[in-house]
Design a binder for this molecule. Structure first.
Ligand SMILES: Cc1cc2nc3c(=O)[nH]c(=O)nc-3n(C[C@H](O)[C@H](O)[C@H](O)COP(=O)(O)OP(=O)(O)OC[C@H]3O[C@@H](n4cnc5c(N)ncnc54)[C@H](O)[C@@H]3O)c2cc1C
Ligand SMILES: NC(=O)c1ccc[n+]([C@@H]2O[C@H](COP(=O)([O-])OP(=O)(O)OC[C@H]3O[C@@H](n4cnc5c(N)ncnc54)[C@H](OP(=O)(O)O)[C@@H]3O)[C@@H](O)[C@H]2O)c1
Length: 451
């Protein structure tokens, strides 16, 4: 059988490695950093991790673990990033594929060749041919600053950083007026943390959010929607959740937050055990969106203004593939038109793993995506014709646009259980286009030196 190239050894890349290793499919995995775990390696020497010192997961460990490798029983429900990074290291050693990962090795170009193969060029200059590519380069490492910038943003005399660069509440936050923009999970965590040292932390947002607690009735919130509930229409599960939330915390307006302009489940969830309490303690002051910025003062859309020393832009991330030509995949506006969020309909042999934003955790999804792709490699599953894939992509994207708040953060959303069932169905598709790896192709394994 031919050979596969996996780009990245974060939690998605190692899931792909594990699956191919177990099936005896040949592969090389290239990892820019010196270890596995991607985002979960604090201060990762790949320079791409967005983890801060105090980061804890917000999807419970039971939901986040790979199906093939549970997290240790003595881990808490929401472990610290150090425990998560250790889990990924243990996973690699348990299944014994570390030797297939080439560390400190960046993939700089991936180009389709005549005959269906892909030429992979490494930053150090070496090139190799592969029969298929599994892209697992992550989608939370390239910071997206406000676009367009706010009027006056370039003349602000204080400190400005993006959440990607935030590590701990250092002297830039201590005894300062801090402004955090956004109401995603970065904004919520960073506002809570800086509020412990700042004079005041202001939390500005252009729309409200349904902030979810980490527990409801003593159960991790993401375990309250068990499998059978996911068969019910969204409206029914939403009503059940809203009833619980009404008892636990009541409406957002009671905390001075704006009333969300959307229903629960129409935006990526913001999960925090602390945010509402910190507002209640008077340490975080909610604000509407920024109108303009002066050298030392920020003006908000409600006409109020306040002196600010430090701004943290928690405005999300850009999906990018620096090693792919734009004509292969551009991801303009974070749009990645892929069949079932994995298969490029016009570039046979190019697959994307973990490129989803689930209501649930990414890791078990990446694992099942890899199982499906391995089925395709082995010829036990088939794909629809490219035109049929494109139609389905259009249909799914239209449904996503209809359901979710219009935002570049909602371009790769999936619901955990329905999406997993869909992948299960794809694994059983026998009729259609077979894209199995070619039988033994020795030339694929001969490294070609760059001219
Ligand atoms: C602060 C924060 C908290 C989060 N919390 C959660 C959570 O609680 N639960 C959850 O499910 N998700 C969470 N996420 C989402 C996060 O994307 C996933 O947890 C996870 O990191 C995705 O893994 P990945 O392997 O796809 O990407 P990454 O972890 O980003 O790993 C990508 C890997 O690819 C490598 N790479 C990239 N480009 C190249 C290249 N050209 N050549 C070679 N190697 C390359 C990188 O070095 C890196 O190791 C969080 C995200 C952030 C930013
Ligand atoms: N503890 C944890 O586990 C944890 C912590 C942090 C992050 N994460 C994860 O990391 C991922 C990224 O989260 P994130 O919070 O960094 O980004 P995000 O989810 O994309 O949120 C970005 C926020 O910024 C707002 N925004 C963007 N551009 C803006 C602009 N120009 N003006 C005003 N507001 C703007 C967005 O508003 P709109 O909705 O209106 O676009 C949204 O509120 C998510 O998957 C998240 O769950 C997890």
């Amino acid at each position: 059988m031919g050979k596969v190239c996996i780009i990245g050894a974060g939690s998605s890349g190692i899931a792909a490695c594990q699956v191919l290793h177990a099936r005896g499919i040949e592969f090389d995995c290239f990892e820019k950093g010196s270890g596995v775990g991607g985002n979960w390696r604090y201060e990762n020497d790949n320079g791409m991790s967005s983890a801060y010192r105090s980061l804890f997961i917000n999807t419970s460990r039971q939901m986040m673990a790979y199906a093939t490798y549970p997290m240790p029983e003595d881990y808490p429900d929401y472990p610290h990033h150090t425990q998560i990074a250790r889990y990924f290291d243990d996973y690699v050693d348990h299944f014994g594929f570390r030797g297939h990962i080439r560390f400190n090795t960046e993939v700089s170009a991936v180009v389709p060749e005549e005959g269906g193969r892909w030429r992979v060029t490494l930053a150090e200059g070496e090139t190799n041919l592969y029969d298929a590519i599994m892209v697992a380069n992550g989608h939370h490492w390239n910071p997206k600053w406000p676009e367009p910038p706010f009027p006056g943003q370039d003349r602000f005399a204080g400190v400005q950083i993006h959440a990607h660069h935030y590590r701990e509440p250092d002297e830039r936050f201590t005894d300062k007026n801090v402004l955090v923009l956004g109401i995603g999970n970065s904004a919520s965590d960073i506002a809570v943390e800086t509020s412990r040292v700042s004079t005041m932390t202001y939390l500005a947002m252009r729309r409200g959010a349904h902030v979810l607690p980490k527990y409801i009735a003593g159960t991790p919130t993401d375990q309250l929607g068990p499998k059978f509930l996911s068969h019910l229409p969204l409206g029914v599960t939403r009503a059940l959740f809203m009833r619980e939330l009404k008892h636990v915390q009541g409406p957002m307006e009671n905390y001075g937050l704006p009333k969300p302009d959307h229903k629960l489940g129409e935006a990526h969830p913001t999960i925090s055990a602390d945010l509402l309490a910190r507002i209640g303690h008077g340490r975080i002051t909610p604000k509407p969106n920024i109108a303009r910025i002066g050298p030392d003062r920020v003006h908000f859309t409600d006409g109020t203004s306040t002196e600010i020393d430090t701004i943290v832009w928690c405005t999300g991330y850009r999906i990018t593939f620096p090693f792919l030509e734009p004509e292969v995949m551009e991801a303009a506006g974070n749009r990645v038109p892929l069949f079932r969020r994995v298969v490029h309909p016009d570039a046979p042999g190019l697959y994307f793993i973990g490129l989803v934003q689930p209501l649930g955790a990414i890791m078990p999804i990446a694992e099942l995506q890899a199982e499906w792709v391995a089925d395709l490699f082995e010829g036990s599953a088939a794909l629809p014709e490219p035109d049929a894939m494109k139609q389905e992509i259009e249909r799914e994207e239209a449904a996503m646009r209809k359901r979710y708040v219009a935002s570049t953060r909602h371009t790769i959303q999936v619901d955990y259980y329905p999406y997993m069932r869909l992948l299960g169905k794809e694994r059983k598709r026998r009729e259609g286009v077979k894209v199995a790896l070619p039988a033994d192709a020795p030339s694929a394994r001969v490294p070609v030196r760059a001219a």
